[in-house]
Design a protein around this ligand. Structure first.
Ligand SMILES: CCCCCCCCCCCCC/C=C/[C@@H](O)[C@H](COP(=O)(O)O)NC(=O)CCCCC
Ligand code: ADP
Ligand code: CA
Length: 506
């Protein structure tokens, strides 16, 4: 194929076809061609290639380059050839179902979608059915009714809560269609092959940040367009053989549960509500007593204290994927009895966090567990035992800097595949239902009334949704669903430098 010269003073660049967004014949009436030698062309022809340009900090944006030539046939041949190359990109979505939460974050979801995302989808010839939610659970309910097979993916515009809603709709629908009882905590769940794309427009946007590396609507739209795919572990939460919720990011009791509960009353403050409630909860310094049991994740190679983080093409997640495939071959969807040992820990805790991913977000760029993996079939259990306010502050500050947040005597971290928690209050009530006196201690610790140990239960923060249950059972389901994402790319700065250094387009 002959080469076309690249016009303008732009540096030449190399773009993999997988990152070309669209190719269009250029409207010469709109495009100025009064620079360089093209000015002298009697009747120029041109086409424009739109492609992904990688900037710093994992940010992507849509750039374009226009090629001019005098030969109309040659120009058309190039357009045709490039369009055929794009047709070969089979992982790209053609039809998407979009849910927008107009009240998430700073209430900008609709504007963000219309101004930043819809034009890119249209450029990439993606058709969309857009649904603006009118109430909580609207998207979830709708997902049980729509003809889901019509779509190549579902996009949610909002925060982690909105993502959680869409995920519950899709996973729930999948289990219902396959006759799986979600109330059975041991039921092997059916994988959800319809990918979800997240356009961040919420308050924390931790799921987007932890899977793409930045909370930026344009970057996320481009990940959807190029058809990226990132498998994701999902944990199910049950109480007494009753299904409560699924979680992919943070399941937190104590500190993060209390922040969430308080912040819900301050929704009008927007994302700032978390700073306000965070400060208030920090000052209240409540700790909670209970029993934790967990099964360590022995199948995975990594550890929560690893220095390396989960990155695009992570070998630890790939190894778990292989194990999963082998297990499926061996047992199909049959449940395999799990006899592995349970470890039990009793104590007083300021925070009990179970995280399926790092939980990195703009507030905490490394996240709650920097070495957690997106798709290894395990979660990191972080226990912050009762300590002084000062020590707890030191711990929190380490969420925002490079220091090791697990290097404290009052913090323990375990990689687990299942986990259970029962609050002391519930244990007492269950073991001694007749001892009515015990129930009247109210908010105070019986051992030391002056300490901050709260006899009342905390609530669970389940991906930003409150969950009131003082006893739960959690199980990690390896790679239960997929996102339009590629994980966090290594050496992003290096990649963007290379992109502009290499010399040829195609
Ligand atoms: C002295 C400085 C202390 C700073 C500590 C900062 C710690 C931040 C950790 C953030 C962890 C985030 C885990 C993600 C949780 C989200 O799923 C949840 C809901 O998100 P969304 O639906 O988008 O609103 N967000 C939260 O629970 C907020 C936690 C904020 C804590 C300050
Ligand atoms: N139209 C709506 N009105 C009220 N709540 C909604 C609506 N659509 C979705 N929700 C709910 O709002 C909650 C928070 O949404 P989210 O997009 O995560 O915003 P934020 O990040 O600010 O919490 C979710 O639980 C979701 O179910
Ligand atoms: Ca994981």
């Amino acid at each position: 194929m002959r080469r076309l010269d690249v016009t303008r003073e732009r540096k030449n660049c190399f773009v993999p076809t997988s990152e070309i967004i669209a190719v269009e014949e250029t409207d010469l009436n709109k495009k100025q061609h009064n620079s360089g030698k093209w000015q002298k062309m009697a009747k120029p022809h041109a086409f424009t290639v739109y492609y992904v340009k990688k900037a710093r900090n994992h940010r992507w944006w849509c750039s374009d380059v226009t090629f001019w030539c005098v030969d109309e046939q040659l120009c058309n041949q190039w357009i045709q050839a490039l369009k055929e190359l794009l047709e070969l990109q089979k992982a790209r979505p053609k039809q998407l179902l979009v849910y927008i939460n107009p009240y998430g974050g700073k209430r900008q979801g609709k504007r963000i979608y219309e101004q930043k995302v819809a034009p890119l989808f249209s450029l990439a010839s993606i058709s969309t059915d857009v649904f603006i939610t009118e109430r909580a659970n609207h998207a979830k309910d709708n997902l049980f009714e729509v003809n889901i097979n019509k779509y190549d993916g579902v996009v949610c515009v909002g925060g982690d809560g909105m993502f959680s809603e869409v995920m519950h709709g899709l996973i729930g629908r999948m289990q219902k269609d396959s006759g799986i009882d979600q109330n059975n905590p041991k039921a092997p769940l059916v994988q959800c092959n319809i990918r979800i794309g997240i356009i961040p427009a919420g308050s924390t946007d931790c799921i987007c940040y932890s899977t793409v590396g930045i909370s930026d609507p344009v970057t996320s739209a481009l990940h959807i367009i190029v058809g990226d795919s990132q498998p994701l572990d999902v944990s199910s939460v049950h109480h007494n053989n009753t299904f409560l919720k699924y979680t992919v990011s943070l399941l937190g009791y104590g500190f993060y549960g209390d922040i969430l509960k308080d912040s819900e009353k301050k929704r009008w403050m927007g994302p700032m509500r978390y700073d306000y409630s965070g400060f208030k909860t920090f000052l209240s310094h409540h700790c909670y007593e209970g029993t934790i049991s967990f099964q360590p994740a022995k199948h995975t190679l990594g550890s929560p204290r690893d220095k390396d983080s989960c990155r695009t093409g992570c070998h630890i997640c790939r190894q778990s994927e292989q194990q999963l495939a082998e297990q499926r071959k061996k047992c199909g969807l049959k449940h395999e009895e799990d006899e592995e040992e349970w470890k039990v820990i009793k104590g007083k805790f300021l925070a009990i966090n179970v995280v399926n991913m790092s939980c990195a977000c703009p507030r905490s760029p490394k996240g709650l567990s920097p070495a957690a993996h997106l798709a290894d079939g395990s979660a990191d259990l972080i226990l912050v035992r009762k300590c002084s306010r000062f020590d707890f502050l030191r711990y929190l500050v380490r969420h925002t800097n490079q220091d090791d947040q697990f290097d404290f005597s009052f913090v323990d971290v375990y990689r687990v595949k299942s986990f259970q928690f029962t609050s002391k209050l519930l244990e007492d009530n269950e073991s001694d239902v007749t001892d009515i006196g015990k129930k009247h201690f109210g908010q105070f610790c019986r051992d030391h009334p002056a300490c901050c140990c709260n006899i009342a239960n905390s609530t669970w923060n389940c991906d930003g949704e409150t969950l009131d249950s003082s006893a739960i059972e959690v199980r990690v389901h390896c790679q239960l669903m997929k996102l339009f994402a590629r994980g966090i790319e290594e050496n992003c700065k290096e990649a963007s430098r290379n992109q502009s250094r290499v010399e040829q387009l195609l």
